[in-house]
Design a protein around this ligand. Structure first.
Ligand code: GRF
Length: 219
């Protein structure tokens, strides 16, 4: 069992997937608090529907990012949070948070890192012409989307994809792997060795993926 705090800024579909996984007992965690920097985030309504405590911390109330993060850490500690889960939280995490929760902050990113860090990455992946994209759950360090990778899921990019259609397909996988990552943490199965995260007891996937399937050399 792990006590988590979820940080949000927007719609909160990832938050919802975590709530659902906890309620259906697939994930052994408790959401102690949901914190938003955006008072209008629909994610706050989702939390309210499930009776989860909510807090809003406005950036305007803090002159620096570090002061904002000091307050964030204080609120998370008040709620006895062990693991901080970023779910569409549109802020860069700075030292006071990293020091308060060393290797205890995770994020989900809608691309196969280290390709396409940052924002609008589904559009960037299409424009670049990659044949696969996907999503990545990783620990948070001082860089942007640069911490040790826990789990990734691969999604093919289709010729007729728009940023919207690709985002939706990636989001479905986000909703699957983010709760899994939290459960792996909860079971104490994540071993961090430098940049590598080894998942104890996990099996390795077989086979290769190829896109497009031109079938030129079909056996
Ligand atoms: C997701 O695509 C996530 O990967 C990114 O922000 C989006 C949040 O979506 N970090 P939601 O608020 O969980 O619906």
């Amino acid at each position: 069992m792990v006590d988590i705090g979820v940080l949000v800024s927007g719609g909160g579909t990832n938050l919802q997937s975590i709530i659902d996984a906890i309620e259906s007992k697939k994930v052994d965690a408790g959401i102690k608090v949901v914190i938003s920097n955006n008072p209008d985030a629909f994610a706050l309504k989702r939390a309210a529907r499930h009776g989860i405590p909510r807090e809003v911390i406005l950036k305007e109330d803090f002159p620096t990012r570090e002061q904002y993060d000091t307050e964030l850490a204080r609120i998370l500690k008040i709620h006895d949070v062990e693991l901080v889960v970023l779910a569409g939280f549109m802020r860069i995490i700075t030292r006071p948070m990293l020091e308060a929760f060393p290797m205890r902050i995770i994020n989900i990113h809608p691309a196969l890192l280290p390709s396409f860090p940052g924002l609008n990455v589904q559009k960037k992946a299409i424009e670049y012409g990659v044949k696969f994209s996907g999503c990545t759950v990783h620990f948070v360090d001082e860089g942007v989307d640069s911490g040790p990778i826990i789990i990734q899921a691969v999604v093919p990019v289709r010729d007729n994809d728009t940023a919207d259609t690709l985002s939706k397909r990636i989001l479905e996988e986000e909703h699957r792997i983010y709760p899994q990552a939290i459960q792996l943490y909860s079971e104490g199965r994540l071993c961090i060795n430098g940049r590598r995260v080894i998942v104890k007891g996990a099996s390795e996937p077989a086979g290769v993926l190829e896109n497009p399937l031109a079938a030129i050399f079909a056996s």
